[in-house]
Design a protein around this ligand. Sequence first.
Ligand code: ZN
Length: 304
Amino acid sequence: MSVTICEVGPRDGLQNHPLVVAVADRIELIEQLSASGLPCIEAVSFVHPARVPAMSGAEAVLAGARPHPLTRLTGLVLNAHGLTRAFAAGLAELRYAFAVSDAFNRRNANRSAAEGRAGAVAAVRMAQARGVRIGVVLATAFGCPFEGEVDPGAVIDAAAELAAAGADELILADTIGVAVPRDVRRLVPRALPLGPTIGVHMHNTRNTGYLTTFAAIEAGATIVDAAVGGLGGCPFAPGATGNIATEDLVYALEREGITTGVDLDRLLKTAAWLERRLAVPLSGQLLRAGRFPAASAGRRSAKP
Ligand code: ZN
């Protein structure tokens, strides 16, 4: 059994970080992550630089990054202008995100959820016409900070329309980290028969991110998002924690016998490098505890 980890640290992680990281360092991060064997990296977001300064220079990042040939780079798109930029940047693959809940989409994108969904359907059709692979991220699929509970039926309804339009992937996102495994076990099996590859993007805001990610894998999801070091969320805002940490996820998956293709030692080195570069402690636990068994201990025991 194997799953595809989509590394979102360079986008979801850095986007929410108070320090604006230089383009050269973002390129270095992407290349290091790629060298650790990660098959998919969400490298940039095509948002307005005045709105999200941390994501400015998406084109420069993509033009400069030299990932391993087996790593797919993707970029996040939120509207028609971002879509134009993503196509112009020559990406072979992109992700389009909108929020299923109306209040969140209005605050985030200044549009209703229905308008966001229509924009996603149009993006899928345009990407298909250009031969660009497209995944759609259904944000707030498990709960909305303004409306509370989100109806799973509404999520599946949107997912069905996007599947019919030809989306290659559908990513169910727990944007504010409220889901528990039961929510995932209810939603993922309803999304699987729609056709596209199903993935999840779970935040660890309430310490349920690993639980829900594992529940999703057991329910049949084959793409899971994570951010190196558990990057994401503002370290100065209490409770605003980020994504699940890629290296912690890799550790658990590999010990479970689920193949990720990631070199954990190399990934840990990247997490440590990033922590030094950002000069704030990251939330990943393996950074503190180390892997088990330790790589060096394994080598020692192999010798007489
Ligand atoms: Zn996120």
